[in-house]
Each structure stands twice: as structure tokens, then as C-alpha cells.
Ligand binder design. Structure first.
Ligand SMILES: Nc1ncnc2c1ncn2[C@@H]1O[C@H](COP(=O)(O)OP(=O)(O)OP(=O)(O)O)[C@@H](O)[C@H]1O
Ligand SMILES: [Mg+2]
Length: 274
């Protein structure tokens, strides 16, 4: 039997090994093949998004009654494209398709490496991308279950994540905070409240929180999204990520003339002193 300290140190060592392994695999892959989308005939059927493997995933979603069809484009992010689709009962869905092994992705590898839930990183960036999509799905699921205001994740397969569409009945997505016409101190309180719930109930830190990854809908509802970077509160860098999230959020609200909590108070409020 191992004592608690010994157990923790063996978990730390295991995590360290996993991190090292993931880093080595990633950098080797990065050297050999800079893009997830291979520049061969097969992989270039339509464009960078609708390559053969992705079309096969979408086909299987349609055959398995997850989606009826893709209706249009919602947004192009740095590492993904997001589409508006229809579910089986013609309800809107958002479909996030993860793209290439970008510099961004490389930077974000630190969030996967060391997370024991994703210790099965096998060779190849296509696999890393699926891990990334699966990670966002799991994080959304954990947050949703804990009552945090996030899009409900319906399905994940390879590089494709199907989630609740956040927008109106005509298929227009809600604006993010940056593009919202009015920003109030209630919005700030709500962001802090949701971040606290995320920390204390879901045991997650968003780790990419900013005015870009928070929706404000016309009814005033605040919804956090883009959970690909989120980490467990036990992650060795979680406090550092939390501080960065608070800095981003505070900076945005201060610019809009809203009084914000100082760092110490914000941390206290979000973590409940833990
Ligand atoms: N559930 C959703 N409902 C409606 N629109 C969505 C949803 N999820 C994402 N979007 C739209 O897609 C955009 C990009 O989504 P997200 O931030 O998750 O992707 P990303 O690739 O991480 O983007 P970035 O790198 O720009 O942060 C959002 O700003 C939003 O406009
Ligand atoms: Mg985003």
C-alpha cells in the first residue's frame, strides 16, 4: 500500500512521462508533416475542411441520425470552422470541425499533455486533433452537468463536435461580448458567477476566457463557450490559467467603464478560497 504522498508523487511522475511522450510525438509529427490535411488528391476533394475523412465522419453522423444536414457557415476560428446544421427534428445545431495542426494547436498542446484523461495519445496529429475535440466535448459535458451556462454537447466523433446552437430561431448566433451593443455590470457579475461555478462545481478552469469566448444573447443570457483549452483545477498550471482568464475579463469590462474586482478578490470569489 502506498501512502497519499507516495501515491501523489507516482501520479506526478506518470503525468510527467505522459507529457514528455506527448511532446516528443507532437514535435516529431510537426517535423514530418506540418498539416493535418494532407496535400494528396484524396485529402483535397473539396477544400481544407471537407476533406475525405471529415466527409466520412459527417456521413456517419447523418446515417446515425445525429444530423439531417449542414445548412451554412457560422464562423471560421483559428483552429476550427463552425457550421449551422439541422438535427433530426429540424432543430438547429452548431457543428465545430477542427482543422489543422497550426501554431495555435502546438501552443495548446500543453493543455492536453499531463491530463490523465487523455493519456492515450497515439502517433499522428489527426489523432491529436480528435483528442482535442473529445477534450472540448468532455469539458462542455462536465460544465453543463454542473449547471454552468454552456452549449450542450450532443456528439463528438474524430474532429467533429456537434453541440447546441446558441442563437435565435432564424439561425443567427448570439453575439460575443465584444460585439454586444450594451455591456453592464450585471454581465460582469454573471461571468464571475459562471466562472465560480465552473471552478467549484465542475472543477474546471476555462483557460481561454475572453470577450471572444462569451456569448451575450438578446435576452441578456451569458454563455461561456470554446472549452478546448480548459483544464482540471488540479492541473499544475490551473491557477496561472485562471489568473490570465481574470486579467482578460477584467481588462474588457474595465475598458467598457465597468468596475471590476481586484485580482485577489476575484480569485477568492471564483475558487471559494481553495
Ligand atoms: N454553440 C454555438 N452556437 C452558435 N455559434 C457558435 C457555437 N459555437 C461556436 N460558434 C461560433 O463559432 C465561433 C468560433 O467558435 P470557437 O471559439 O469555439 O472556435 P475556435 O476555433 O476556438 O475559435 P477562436 O480560435 O477564434 O477562438 C464563435 O465565435 C461563434 O461565432
Ligand atoms: Mg473561440
Amino acid at each position: 500500500m502506498l501512502g497519499i504522498e507516495e501515491k501523489e508523487s507516482s501520479v506526478d511522475q506518470r503525468q510527467q512521462k505522459q507529457e514528455d511522450r506527448a511532446d516528443r510525438r507532437f514535435y516529431r509529427h510537426e517535423r514530418e508533416n506540418r498539416f493535418l490535411v494532407k496535400r494528396s488528391e484524396d485529402y483535397r476533394v473539396f477544400d481544407d475542411v471537407f476533406n475525405t475523412p471529415t466527409i466520412m465522419v459527417l456521413n456517419s453522423l447523418i446515417n446515425n441520425n445525429v444530423l439531417k444536414y449542414i445548412k451554412g457557415t457560422l464562423a471560421s476560428g483559428k483552429e476550427s470552422k463552425v457550421y449551422l446544421a439541422l438535427g433530426m427534428n429540424s432543430e438547429f445545431r452548431a457543428v465545430k470541425i477542427y482543422l489543422t495542426v497550426s501554431a495555435e494547436f502546438k501552443k495548446r498542446l500543453q493543455y492536453i499533455a499531463g491530463d490523465p484523461r487523455f493519456s492515450d495519445i497515439k502517433k499522428g496529429s489527426r489523432n491529436l486533433i480528435s483528442i482535442w475535440a473529445k477534450k472540448e466535448f468532455k469539458n462542455l459535458h462536465t460544465a453543463y452537468k454542473s449547471g454552468v451556462s454552456v452549449p450542450f454537447p450532443h456528439y463528438v466523433r474524430r474532429n467533429v463536435l456537434v453541440m447546441e446552437f446558441i442563437g435565435d430561431e432564424d439561425g443567427n448566433p448570439c453575439s460575443n461580448l465584444l460585439n454586444s451593443d450594451s455591456i453592464t455590470s450585471e454581465d460582469y457579475e454573471e461571468v464571475i458567477e459562471q466562472t465560480s461555478k465552473l471552478y467549484q462545481k465542475a472543477q474546471l478552469v476555462h483557460a481561454d476566457l475572453s470577450e471572444y469566448n462569451i456569448f451575450k444573447c438578446v435576452n441578456g443570457r451569458i454563455i461561456l463557450f470554446d472549452f478546448g483549452s480548459s483544464v482540471n483545477t488540479k492541473h499544475p498550471n490551473s491557477k496561472q490559467f485562471l489568473i490570465r482568464d481574470i486579467v482578460n475579463v477584467n481588462r474588457f469590462f474595465e475598458k467598457r467603464g465597468i468596475e471590476v474586482l481586484n485580482m485577489e478578490l476575484a480569485i477568492e470569489k471564483i475558487t471559494g478560497g481553495n
